[in-house]
Design a protein around this ligand. Sequence first.
Ligand SMILES: Nc1ncnc2c1ncn2[C@@H]1O[C@H](COP(=O)(O)OP(=O)(O)OP(=O)(O)O)[C@@H](O)[C@H]1O
Length: 339
Amino acid sequence: MHSGSFSGAVYGFVRSSTSQPGSSRRGGGRSRGRGRSGSQRWPSVNQNFNNQRLVDVSENFDELEITEDDGSNINTKENSAINFDAYEDIPVEVTGSHIPPPVNTFTEIDLGQGLNDNIQRCKYVKPTPVQKHAIPIAVAGRDLMACAQTGSGKTAAFCFPIICGVLRNRFQTAGSGRGRSRMAYPSALILSPTRELSCQIHEEAQKFAYNTGVKIVVAYGGAPIVQQFRNLEKGVDILVATPGRLVDMIERARVSLGMIKYLALDEADRMLDMGFEPQIRKIVQQMDMPPPGERQTMLFSATFPLEIQRLASDFLSDYIFLTVGRVGSSTDLIAIIML
Ligand SMILES: Nc1ncnc2c1ncn2[C@@H]1O[C@H](COP(=O)(O)OP(=O)(O)OP(=O)(O)O)[C@@H](O)[C@H]1O
């Protein structure tokens, strides 16, 4: 059982003053804050919408060195998109059975050399609170319901375990399903509400997976589907998609979810606000996706209204419930849910 008494300090993450203009993806003007100083190296995500040219991380990452860092400069400009000083008072609640302990450094978790190198390239020295808890939980193979605000570092929290898992499975399975047919068989699916968020997740995930051989493809509506099919044909391990476009691709028999081992839903409350629940349920429950227990599912949401609680109980299996900071709307909170 989970208690819904989410009180405490106001969420303490702040945006870097170096955030890219135009990166806001919410009507309310909330910015995603992909703004560490190094991000000026990356092409604007908006470029992708027009010319379909996906970001080539290698063009940029080769310039970045892997540097040993003792964590003493975590508030320097290099990685100050997040104000780590604001962490101290952030309330964290974790409930569920056999909860893996949180970590204080990324190196405490066995993420593999390739991912560790890329974490250093990204200048992520210290995990954010959601990363401290969510990464060990997910790497242990557990399902997770996480309530955390935008800008808290959720992208890495679900990408690191997924990339790590895909790499581990490489040794056991044939990989990205290439060569079978024109049907793509991703082993991980990340659902997000908007094309902007999907592109941002894709861009981050490419950095994290740089040089590992893990193939990440993004699919979103409002852009020609043909180019996205071509990207899928080159092979895909991790598919980042908006719900409507993914349903379209599945119905055209170009994507199968039959090999999915990892499912992450980012900003689940936002997806429901946008009316995506039928598409999400179709994707997760009515296609060929393995059922809860046979896949690993991570559900991220800023708020925890009844609809999200229902999704959690329908999509997750023996899950761990993590709350970092104050959950969005106190009136939406329901005190108890059953595991
Ligand atoms: N451990 C870390 N160390 C340094 N910077 C980090 C760390 N984790 C995330 N960041 C940076 O902080 C910013 C916000 O992180 P991120 O975009 O992952 O948050 P998010 O919770 O996924 O946001 P959203 O809700 O908008 O999806 C990004 O610029 C990201 O690169």
